[in-house]
Design a protein around this ligand. Structure first.
Ligand SMILES: Nc1ncnc2c1ncn2[C@@H]1O[C@H](COP(=O)(O)OP(=O)(O)OP(=O)(O)O)[C@@H](O)[C@H]1O
Ligand SMILES: [Mg+2]
Length: 247
């Protein structure tokens, strides 16, 4: 796990677009933080910079007290459009997470097998990605992110392309995985109910340029269940409050 501080983060693209303006955040060790905000407000930009995939114009990301440079973070990412390599079997795709790590082959094989079991894909280890449904592909992508047990996981609308039923199921699976192998998670979504289900805190960004508009703590005890949570009056109250902030 890791603590992350976002300090005075500003991003101006070469085109002149200012995507983020002085964003400041403190994320605790092992916290599950969800970022919401209007389309184009800079959520993906923020996540890419945090993951070391893009540079900020001003400000910095501090992980466990040390300023992180490009590619300095031992993090994993799951993006909406991130597809599996079509030329690799599902098991090989998951094992690819170990590509730059020095882990014995037998360990890799065992951990790939275990994590595929946890996401319900035991029978698909030797399948090709095109043989999977959309939900199964995202499960495999989540498996690939968890298999190395990184301290930080960045997820950008990982379930955005899926139907509501599948999303609810995957939210529960993600929470179970996270409880088994705790890590700091920063998760971007357009799903307000998904945000309230998953988050310890919801970070609400303003329209572009993105700034932190409000931080909403979600106090439901864990373990949580995405379905029963919806019956809780406090759940509805959070959802309405977030919608109000976003309009
Ligand atoms: N590589 C780029 N070059 C120039 N402008 C960019 C680039 N990437 C993003 N932008 C701009 O920065 C702004 C923020 O984009 P970003 O993708 O971070 O928004 P977002 O909050 O993730 O939106 P959405 O909710 O639609 O995914 C947008 O105006 C976008 O056009
Ligand atoms: Mg985005």
């Amino acid at each position: 796990m890791a603590t992350i501080a976002v300090e005075h983060l500003t991003k101006r693209y070469p085109t002149g677009t200012v995507a983020l303006d002085d964003v400041n955040l403190e994320i605790a060790d092992g916290e599950f933080v969800v970022v919401v905000g209007p389309s184009g407000c800079g959520k993906s930009t923020l996540l890419r910079i945090m993951a070391g995939l893009d540079a900020s114009t001003e400000g910095r990301i501090v992980v466990d007290g040390a300023a992180s440079g490009k590619h300095a973070l031992p993090s994993a990412t799951v993006f909406q459009e991130q597809s599996l390599f079509p030329w690799m079997r599902v098991g090989e795709n998951v094992a690819f997470a170990f590509d730059s790590l020095d882990v014995p082959r037998d360990d890799v094989r065992r951990r790939v097998h275990d994590v595929l079991g946890l996401v319900g894909l035991s029978d698909y280890e030797r399948a090709w990605p095109h043989e999977l449904s959309g939900g199964m592909k995202q499960r495999a992508a989540v498996a690939r992110a968890f298999v190395t047990d990184p301290p930080v996981l960045y997820m950008d609308e990982p379930f955005g392309a899926l139907d509501e039923q599948t999303r609810v199921g995957l939210a529960n699976e993600l929470m179970r995985l996270w409880e088994r192998s705790p890590k700091t998670i920063v998760f971007v979504t357009h799903g307000i109910e998904e945000a309230v289900t998953l988050a310890d805190r919801v970070i609400v960004l303003s329209a572009r340029p993105g700034t932190v508009k409000e931080i909403v703590p979600i106090e439901f005890p864990r373990p949580r269940d995405a379905v029963t949570l919806r019956g809780d009056p406090a759940f509805g109250a959070h959802v309405v409050h977030l919608w109000e902030l976003l309009r």
